[in-house]
Design a protein around this ligand. Structure first.
Ligand code: ADP
Length: 406
């Protein structure tokens, strides 16, 4: 009962913070879903001060097929302009083909890697819906036949509705279980690119021990919380998550600081390069910002792989701890967006968000100029580090004008 009351209180506080004043289609701040955006964005008149939580064509990054298309093009251009070594820094997404348009390219790759496992995913669905694993071309031929039969009635725009992707067969396991990481990234502008990384995040574990001997068990291979929640042995008390801090501590204890810093640096690289890959195609608009949910999988060499970027990461809490984390995340998003003009615009940190890119890399305050000369400076990113957000906010935020003592 008390929990319900607290949640309601926080919900109303959130609504007030958002300042969602919505009458006759007039609003100052709109936390909309992508469906609303599609229907209304082009007809909405937006005054200077209003803010909305998606960029018009966010799907260039958040649709599985378009994300890979943009990354492949970006990588190719990098190779042309800056050489192989630079382009190889984009080797963080598994080999992927749009289906059915790239079917023949896929078959060539499939034949070059006999016995490997592939994963088929609908481009515009989420929560693990419609996903299956396969090792035989026959499985996909049956799928293709079924699809072409049902697609005869549909228009061409719907054709590329799946991607087929190399399945990461050697995931990093903890207690024999696979997991992936959810990392929150806030983009407040694409031109110039301005990116904030949230300190909290989590690892989502599968409930069954990982094995390649069976590929039909979704509880073993798909780490989505929405899938794991339906597992017969799911324990709502324990859940299936570790906070990012817990994972970082675990890996540091096991491998030492340097290894973990390299890993987290590699994740920074994924975030920045994926955003750069769409920087020229996203319609930049000063009213828009976007809070992305990055899904990243580690393999057993501690190499991070980008699985997908979500435009509408779930904010539904799975435990009290998760609730507090997500509440802080949303509140800090609003703090960065700063509708009330409480910031100076020079901040490198707001609550749990650290500014990681501001038209170029951002470095930490305690930058040692001598080491800077030899290029060993430290990025201003603290994923999985202490998130003393409230202390930071107390120091940072000027009181609202109405709160000032007269
Ligand atoms: P959805 O949008 O439906 O959540 P994802 O692409 O995020 O689809 O995939 C769902 C889950 O499947 C991921 O969380 C991950 O556990 C697993 N998965 C997806 N792609 C791969 C891959 N290439 N290799 C290994 N596991 C994968």
């Amino acid at each position: 009962m008390r929990n319900t009351f607290i949640k309601m209180f926080h919900f109303f506080k959130f609504v007030l913070i958002c300042g969602i004043f919505y009458s006759d289609g007039e609003w100052d701040f709109n936390w909309c879903d992508v469906g609303w955006l599609r229907e209304n964005f082009d007809h909405a008149y937006m005054e200077e001060h209003v803010r909305i939580n998606h960029f018009r064509n966010h799907y260039e990054l958040t649709r599985k097929n378009l994300m890979v298309k943009n990354l492949k093009r970006f990588q190719k251009n990098l190779e042309k302009d800056m050489g192989r070594t630079e382009a190889s820094k984009c080797d963080f997404f598994p080999s992927t083909y749009a289906m059915p348009s790239e079917y023949h390219l896929f078959v060539e790759e499939f034949n070059r890697n006999p016995g490997s496992t592939w994963i088929m995913k609908p481009v515009a669905k989420s929560q693990g819906k419609g996903i299956f694993l396969f090792r035989k071309l026959k499985d996909i031929i049956d799928w293709k036949k079924d699809r072409s039969r049902s697609e005869e009635q549909k228009d061409a725009a719907h054709l590329d509705s799946y991607v087929v992707q190399r399945y990461i067969e050697n995931p990093y396991l903890i207690n024999g279980r696979k997991f992936d990481l959810r990392v929150y990234v806030l983009v407040t502008s694409y031109v110039p690119l301005k990116v904030w990384l949230y300190r909290d995040g989590f690892a989502r574990f599968s409930s069954s021990r990982f094995s390649l001997s069976t590929i039909d068990d979704k509880y073993m291979h798909l780490t989505n919380v929405s899938v794991q929640k339906t597992a017969p042995d799911y324990d709502p008390e324990k859940g299936c998550k570790w906070q990012m801090q817990q994972l970082r501590r675990y890996l540091t204890a096991k491998y030492g600081r340097e290894v973990v810093e390299t890993l987290f640096g590699d994740m920074d690289n994924i975030i920045i390069r994926s955003l750069q890959s769409v920087q020229k195609v996203i319609i930049n608009d000063k009213h828009c910002f976007e809070l992305y949910g990055y899904d990243i999988l580690l393999d057993h060499n501690l190499k991070p792989w980008l699985i997908e970027v979500n435009a509408s990461p779930s904010h539904a809490p799975s435990s009290q701890e998760d609730y507090e984390m997500k509440y802080g995340l949303l509140e800090d998003t609003l703090n960065v967006v700063d509708m009330e003009g409480r910031l100076t615009g020079q901040e490198k940190r707001v609550g749990g968000f650290d500014l990681m890119w501001n038209d170029g890399p951002v470095y930490t305050e305690d930058l040692n100029l001598q080491t800077f000369g030899s290029l060993s400076f430290t990025a201003n990113t603290h994923l999985g580090c202490v998130n003393d957000r409230e202390k930071n906010l107390r120091q940072l935020l000027k009181p609202f004008p109405l709160q000032k003592k007269i």
